[in-house]
Every structure is written in structure tokens, then in C-alpha cells.
Design a protein around this ligand. Structure first.
Ligand code: BJW
Length: 222
């Protein structure tokens, strides 16, 4: 059985109805990135930032995991601890599909963090817009990503690395394919169009078609 590391980005949730970040209908359309996705933006205007994330959090109640999320949960059920899922997404669709071995490296929309103490609280509804004690538990630009040590360990042991629905524009996730490759893994990308990163194989097409096909191929081989 191979050790598999899967990295997902917003493209895997697009067919569930959630916006990706970059592109014409991107999530940040109408907002400057520095206003809603940086600690400086939150310090300057917490009302705007809470309103932005409250709207995203509400949207989560309206969407469901798709065939790609379910296929990855099925792969984990077959491989157990030999599969690790690293997601850049802050939605909870992998968890709702049944994946459990997850590093949510950019945080989670359904968790808020106390700014003074660091305490985490599960939170599925609106935060009062004027609240300045609690912030979304998401990783903004310039902040340290979550669980990087675990990810580094998993990449070092990987036989197969698969990146799904990510543009590869954001550091440090855009380094993972090269790290896995250097450790001896085969690298595969699934995307509507190839990103600018180097992979051994590129599977072009929607995640809801390509991910179940890849998982079926892996399970047939193992
Ligand atoms: C489909 C599909 C379908 C569509 N099927 N595919 C210069 C200045 C300042 C900082 C930097 C700098 N240069 C580099 C940096 C570092 C910075 C960075 O990378 N910036 C670049 C953008 C320039 N990175 C950071 O700051 C990170 N932290 C860090 O480096 O810390 C260092 C540190 C160390 C020690 C102490 C302190 C610090 C943190 C990055 C945090 C990113 N956070 C965000 C926002 C989260 C909150 C929110 O939701 O608002 O995370 S940014 C945003 O981008 C989000 C995503 O997770 C991330 C990646 O985007 P993703 O998922 O790839 O989406 P898209 O839209 O780009 O791509 C979608 C893809 O899907 C496309 O390819 C489509 O084709 C595809 N697709 N439909 C298959 N159906």
C-alpha cells in the first residue's frame, strides 16, 4: 500500500457551489485582499471582516460535499493512516464527507479564536460584527500556517502526492509537490487547467469526475 498525501484547494469545492479565490467570480471580488485576508485589515475594520466571514459561514449551511470529497473519504477508509489530507480550504466539506486524517493548514471557518488567549471555539453561526475579542480561526497573509511539521513528515514519507483544485499561487502549499518529488514521490495534479507547477502527471477536468476516477484506479492497483 502506498503512502498518499493529497493537497486540496478551493477548486474541489467549486462544484459544491463555493467560490474559488482567483478568477472572474472569485471570492474576494468586491473586496481588496488586504482588507479581508490580513491581520492589518482586521485591525483596521473588524466589522467588515466579521461581516465577510459571517456571510461565508452562512453559505456553508447551504452546500454539501461533492463526489470528489466523498472519493477522498473512501480512499482514506481503504488506506487508513497511509493517507493524509492537507487542505487549504476553510470549509468543512472534507470533514462532512467523512475524512478524518486532515490538516486544515489555513484554518477553519467554523472555529473562532480568542485574540488575547488563543482559545478556540467551535462556532457555526454569526459573530457579532463589532466583536474585537474573537476572530475567525483562518490563516491570513503573513501569518504562520497550521500543522506544517506534520505535513513535512507526511511529505517525506509519501509515495504519491496529489494536488487537487489549487492554483499553486500561495506559499507554502505551492512548495509541497517539489518537496514530495524530492522525497521520491510520484506527483499528480487534478485541475480544470494545468497550474504553473511541475507534476509527473496532470489529469485535466472537473474534480467531481477526475478524483473518483483516480481513487478507483488507486484502489484497483492496491
Ligand atoms: C478546479 C475546479 C474544478 C476550479 N475542478 N479544479 C509577498 C508579500 C507578503 C507575503 C508574501 C509575499 N510573497 C509570498 C508571501 C507569502 C504568502 C503568499 O504566498 N503570498 C502570495 C499570494 C504572493 N503566504 C503567506 O503569507 C502564508 N504564510 C506564510 O508564508 O507564513 C510565513 C510565516 C512563517 C513564520 C511566522 C509567520 C509567518 C499564509 C497564506 C494564507 C493564505 N490564506 C488564504 C485565505 C484564507 C482565509 C479566507 O478564506 O479568506 O487561503 S489565501 C487563499 O488562497 C486561501 C486559499 O486556501 C489559498 C489558495 O487558493 P486556491 O485554493 O489555490 O484557490 P485559487 O482560486 O487560487 O485556485 C483555484 C483552482 O481550482 C484553479 O487552479 C482552478 O483552475 C481550479 N478549479 N474549479 C478542479 N471544478
Amino acid at each position: 500500500m502506498p503512502n498518499v498525501v493529497v493537497l486540496t484547494g478551493s477548486g474541489i469545492s467549486a462544484e459544491s457551489g463555493l467560490s474559488t479565490f482567483r478568477g472572474p467570480d472569485g471570492l474576494w471580488e468586491g473586496h481588496r485582499v488586504q482588507d479581508v485576508a490580513t491581520p492589518e485589515g482586521f485591525a483596521a475594520n473588524p466589522v467588515l471582516v466579521h461581516r465577510f466571514y459571517n456571510r461565508l459561514r452562512r453559505r456553508l449551511h447551504e452546500v454539501e460535499p461533492n463526489a470528489a470529497h466523498h472519493a477522498l473519504a473512501k480512499l482514506e477508509a481503504a488506506l487508513g493512516h497511509q493517507m493524509h489530507l492537507v487542505t487549504q480550504n476553510i470549509d468543512d466539506l472534507h470533514q462532512r464527507a467523512g475524512s478524518t486524517q486532515i490538516t486544515a493548514m489555513h484554518g477553519e471557518l467554523n472555529t473562532i479564536r480568542n485574540i488575547a488567549t488563543g482559545q478556540l471555539l467551535s462556532w457555526t453561526h454569526d459573530v457579532v460584527e463589532t466583536d474585537q475579542q474573537w476572530r475567525p480561526h483562518v490563516v491570513w497573509f503573513g501569518e504562520r500556517t497550521i500543522g506544517l511539521e506534520t505535513v513535512a513528515e507526511k511529505l517525506a514519507q509519501a509515495d504519491l502526492f496529489v494536488a487537487i483544485g489549487t492554483s499553486g499561487t500561495v506559499y507554502p502549499a505551492n512548495q509541497f509537490a517539489a518537496i514530495a518529488k524530492a522525497a521520491g514521490a510520484t506527483t499528480v495534479e487534478i485541475n480544470l487547467k494545468p497550474s504553473e507547477l511541475a507534476f509527473d502527471q496532470t489529469w485535466i477536468g472537473p474534480a467531481t469526475e477526475q478524483v473518483p476516477a483516480l481513487v478507483d484506479a488507486l484502489l484497483k492497483d492496491s
